[in-house]
Design a protein around this ligand. Structure first.
Ligand SMILES: Cc1cc2nc3c(=O)[nH]c(=O)nc-3n(C[C@H](O)[C@H](O)[C@H](O)COP(=O)(O)O)c2cc1C
Length: 145
């Protein structure tokens, strides 16, 4: 199957037809299709458009076999032709990345000077708050929500 041969479903039909797949054919995935899947995955929204994800593409059978044990020995991890590991990037709030996101936003007229400064000043502190939550008791988080 190539990227062009994809079936088009409307959103409602796609949501209703979606299922968790647990058995996979071993047929290789065409590189163009894999690229397209990754490209579409990165269209997902993220806070401040920081896009804090990094993907590891695992295709080597030995590596998939090693990975299988870290996925509760689920057969499908070794069976699928491609396994995608989605990682959260904790360095995403560094100034270099924030400037790159601001530049992208400016290209699309989505970020003006005020908002750019707000992003520079606020994003690092927003994300610094998160580790502090780990020290809270579960009960106090539930009560404050
Ligand atoms: C965060 C998350 C983790 C999941 N982990 C597994 C998993 O490790 N193995 C598995 O077979 N299914 C996994 N599932 C799939 C769920 O079991 C499945 O979505 C649920 O049973 C409902 O079935 P459906 O997706 O076919 O409607 C996971 C789903 C989510 C949302």
């Amino acid at each position: 199957m190539t990227a062009k041969a994809q079936t088009q479903l409307d959103l409602k039909a796609a949501i209703e037809a979606r299922r968790a797949a647990r058995s996979f054919r071993r047929d290789p995935i065409a590189p163009a299709l894999l690229q397209e899947i990754l490209r579409l995955g990165t269209r997902a929204p993220s806070g401040f458009n920081l896009q804090p994800w990094r993907f590891i593409v695992v295709q080597d059978p030995d590596k998939k076999q090693q990975l299988h044990q870290y996925a509760f020995n689920q057969r499908q991890v070794a069976e699928a032709p491609v396994v995608l590991i989605c990682c959260g990037d904790r360095q995403t709030t560094n100034q270099e990345n924030i400037e790159a996101v601001i530049a992208l936003g400016r290209e699309h007229n989505a970020v003006n000077d005020d908002f750019a400064n707000y992003m520079r000043n606020s994003i690092p502190s927003f994300f610094e708050i998160i580790p502090a939550l780990a020290r809270w008791k579960l009960g106090s988080i539930a009560m404050s929500c």
